[in-house]
Design a protein around this ligand. Structure first.
Ligand code: ADP
Ligand code: ZN
Length: 521
């Protein structure tokens, strides 16, 4: 039997194992099951590739990344590893060849799409071969709460029943305690040894800014801090992906679009260019990125609020895999919260499912509005304690907090008056117009200028009022409803209105305040 370290050197050309790789590899070679939680770029692939080379038989790797299988297999073949894949994109003849190689034991690794396993034919094939181990990559796809849920992953629990003696290793970069437990339960890996690496990515600088004019803010970021760098820009909708890519190109920045609305050939071509060329920017929905191994992505920018901290962390983790300084930049505004509430309220699924989505959104809001170290808060979300990092916006330019009790009361009592005296609900913009004493058409039409709160909030600017609203939402002192994006009071609001509770708010650093003063959105 070969030594893992020899394989590492001779085949992969690396001198030493990273982090817990060695322990994981030894454990799997010894026949143990493993659940591996490692951040993106941590080096998960070797954890099953080396056991695949050391143990007898063929390692079966389940991966949802059909578009990348060819690349993965090519990369391994170039190293002299015997690898193949089976998925729905192949013609019959190619499939036959791979199947023959598998049955003859002429492969070290066989990559399979999960849907292949829910059909009977791949199962029958596997039963006729000799399997050294099962690797389940991107194992969080089994989580129904996650954004990458693949129903076919649920069927993977049968592997254990049919091949109880074959070790299984499940790997993911997504890992709150809840998700970990869900993966273990659904894949029947509760007895597996868990290997949890630190999720810290110290070279990534996290920054979250109020959204004013997002495309222009992005362009400023690119021009001042990342000229000529490769990066990924995430937008929520396909339309906004297209618009943003066009906007960047119109401003002399090379940008490509990627979303599920483009045909497969265009997507593949854009992905290939992004991987191979220098300094390209990929503007994409979250359909892009899983499994992409481009070491020199210098920034990941979000123009819309991600739906969960887990998704955010995974997407930003695609920056700076080479360990060099990289930026994770997010612009977020009130409109994001309204939009996501709408999506949650109109989503299919039962109440528990919606509550889950809402909890994810709340955690994301709390991260956006924190006055503490962003990294410490992110890592705490993954159950990891850490000190302040000195490499995030709140550490570098600590936001001051201020006593926002009075503005909070003014805002809440405006909402209360609309609700009680008029039996009306409006979006946040109307309350802000009332507080600022603006006689807009809508204010006059509804005679809101006759309310006692009209014009009592001129001490703050519109952008500052928007920040107050966002933070009250983040603190659960105000709620926004899905249908029309109207705001309403919560159980917590009463304590503020009756002066039993103070409200501490975050003051944006001077630089962001100046930027936001212009055209508040
Ligand atoms: P993950 O799947 O966890 O995102 P990968 O397996 O793609 O990470 O590894 C990320 C990068 O680190 C790859 O380029 C890989 O070749 C490299 N790498 C992994 N392990 C080692 C090691 N022990 N020494 C040096 N480089 C490594
Ligand atoms: Zn920090």
């Amino acid at each position: 039997m070969q030594e893992p370290r020899e394989v590492l050197r001779k085949i992969f050309g690396y001198d030493s194992f990273r982090g817990e790789q060695q322990e994981i590899i030894d454990h799997v070679i010894g026949g143990g099951d493993a659940l591996v939680l490692m951040p993106t770029g941590g080096g998960k692939s070797l954890c099953y590739q080396i056991p695949a080379l050391v143990r007898d038989g063929v390692a079966v790797v389940v991966s949802p990344l059909i578009a990348l299988m060819q690349d993965q297999v090519d990369a391994l073949t170039a190293l002299g590893v015997r690898a193949g894949f089976l998925n729905s994109t192949q013609d019959l003849e190619t499939r036959r060849e791979v199947e023959t190689a598998f049955l003859g034991g002429d492969l070290d690794l066989l990559y399979l799409a999960p849907e292949a396993l829910s059909g009977g034919s791949a199962m029958r094939l596997l039963e006729r071969g000799r399997i050294s181990l099962f690797a389940i990559d991107e194992a969080h796809c089994v989580s129904q709460w996650g954004h990458d849920f693949r129903p076919d992953y649920l069927a993977l629990s049968v592997l254990h029943e049919r091949w109880p003696e074959v070790p299984r290793i499940a790997l993911t970069a997504t890992a709150t305690t809840a998700t970990r437990n869900e993966i273990a339960t659904r894949l029947k890996l509760t007895e597996a040894r868990r290997f949890v690496s630190s999720f810290d990515r110290p070279n990534i600088r996290y920054r979250i800014v109020p959204k004013v004019d997002p495309r222009k803010q992005l362009l400023d970021l690119l021009r001042t801090e990342h000229p000529g760098d490769a990066g990924i820009v995430y937008c929520l909708s396909r339309a906004s992906v297209d618009k943003t890519a066009e906007f960047l190109r119109a401003n002399g920045v090379e940008a490509l679009a990627y979303h599920a609305g483009l045909d497969a050939a265009t997507r593949a071509a854009h992905q290939a260019r992004f991987l191979r060329e220098d300094g390209l920017i990929m503007v994409a929905t979250i359909a892009f990125g899983m499994g992409i191994d481009k070491p020199d992505v210098r920034f990941v920018a979000h123009l819309d609020l991600p739906k969960s901290v887990e998704g955010y962390y995974q997407e930003t983790g695609r920056a700076g895999r080479d360990g060099l300084p990289a930026t994770a930049w997010l612009a977020y505004g009130l409109q994001d919260v309204v939009q996501q509430r709408k999506m949650i309220d109109s989503s299919e699924g039962d109440n528990a499912y919606r509550r889950g989505l809402a909890a994810h959104l709340d955690a994301m809001l709390a991260l956006c509005e924190t006055t503490e170290c962003r990294r410490a808060q992110l890592l705490a979300y993954f159950g990891e304690a850490s000190a302040s990092c000195a490499n995030c916006d709140t550490c570098l330019e600590p936001p001051q907090s201020w006593d926002g009790t009075i503005p909070a009361q003014k805002l809440l009592s405006t909402v209360l008056r609309l609700q009680r005296e008029r039996n009306q609900r409006f979006g946040a913009g109307q309350s802000i117009d009332i507080l600022l004493g603006r006689k807009t058409d809508k204010v006059v039409q509804h005679r809101h200028d006759e309310l006692s709160v009209f014009g009592i909030g001129t001490e703050l600017q519109e952008s500052e009022w928007r920040a107050v609203v966002r933070q009250l939402l983040a603190q659960g002192l105000l709620a926004v409803e899905g249908g029309y994006g109207t705001i309403s009071l919560t159980d917590g609001s009463a304590a503020v209105l009756s002066r039993q509770r103070e409200v501490l708010l975050r003051k944006e650093p001077e630089r962001t305040r100046r930027a936001a003063a212009g055209s508040a959105k």
